[in-house]
Design a protein around this ligand. Structure first.
Ligand SMILES: Cc1cc2nc3c(=O)[nH]c(=O)nc-3n(C[C@H](O)[C@H](O)[C@H](O)COP(=O)(O)OP(=O)(O)OC[C@H]3O[C@@H](n4cnc5c(N)ncnc54)[C@H](O)[C@@H]3O)c2cc1C
Length: 253
């Protein structure tokens, strides 16, 4: 991999949510422009080797710094090293952003109801989208659905509330819906595809999934993405291709 494709950035902050989840911010070079929902390719020197992985950008396209939300995979080539990150460390950032999980991809149906469905760190691109005033002005309803295994993994909950107040001021159609799959006491604890099949998700937000009005984005665990896609298709929703259709997805592995 050619090192010229990267700029060297400095870590500005690290926030640890649990033993296996953390967020960090780094300097943002002036040339690095992106659309909310896109991902960056981040490199870390491990010995002489540059290990590079894709990371959805959490921060807003208007922020001065770049924020990311990471899992720790115990034997993962990247995250078993990244987990020791400290303020002042250097990271490599590929100079251009990537990805098509952006709201600009939707032409038809026209924007009305936005469903953002995430598992784990798949929340990241949606936090970025919610920090863009365009998102709030385009959609009458925005449902952010965040599925985790245990309540301790519900990172960003306070930030989401703050963002909804700041960016969605006066917007009455926003709902945040946490799902905790290993807690039978949680209001919603089934996997997303089941909650779609049995109507519980629609009941929780008070709105129907509808091919004529819904834009649905899925991000995170590929099994969740696949099964949820099928559940949505069974409800008449279609994959978004060349601007038309309801469903857009991003798989993390
Ligand atoms: C477009 C895109 C965007 C991504 N954005 C993010 C992001 O914002 N945050 C993030 O943490 N990861 C993200 N990933 C995954 C990331 O690129 C790495 O896979 C992850 O950092 C683990 O790297 P690793 O080398 O330690 O393990 P890898 O060898 O890359 O992965 C080993 C295994 O760990 C599991 N795994 C990988 N990533 C995750 C994850 N995020 N959550 C749960 N299990 C996982 C899978 O079972 C995978 O097979 C993204 C991937 C893609 C393709």
């Amino acid at each position: 991999m050619s090192i010229e494709k990267f700029s060297v950035e400095k870590v500005l902050s690290v926030q640890r949510w649990t033993n296996t989840l953390f967020s960090f911010t780094m300097t943002r070079p002036a040339h690095f422009k992106f659309t909310a929902g896109q991902f960056a390719r981040i490199g870390l020197k491990v010995g002489d080797e540059l290990v590079v992985r894709a990371y959805s950008i959490v921060s807003s396209p208007f922020d001065e710094t770049l924020e990311f939300f990471s899992i720790v995979v115990p034997d993962g080539a990247f995250t078993s090293n990244l987990q020791h990150l400290q303020v002042g460390d250097e990271l490599y950032l590929e100079k251009i952003p990537y990805g098509f999980l952006t709201l600009t991809r939707y032409q038809l149906p026209l924007p009305q109801d936005l469903w953002l469905l995430a598992t784990g760190t798949g929340l990241a691109p949606f936090v970025s989208m919610l920090q863009d005033f365009d998102t709030w002005s385009k959609y009458q309803h925005i449902y952010l659905v965040y599925s985790v295994r245990t309540a301790s993994e519900l990172a960003y909950v306070e930030r989401i509330q703050e963002i909804a107040q700041t960016f969605g001021e006066g917007h009455t159609g926003f709902k945040f819906v946490p799902i905790v799959t290993r807690d039978p006491q949680a209001v919603l604890h089934d996997r997303l595809p089941i909650l779609i099949e049995n109507g519980a998700l629609e009941q929780a937000v008070g709105c129907q999934l509808n091919p004529a009005t819904s834009h649905v984005m899925l991000c995170g665990n590929p099994q969740m993405v696949e099964d949820t896609k099928e559940a949505l298709k069974a409800r008449g929703l279609t994959m978004n291709r060349r601007g038309e259709g309801n469903i857009a997805v991003e798989n993390y592995w």
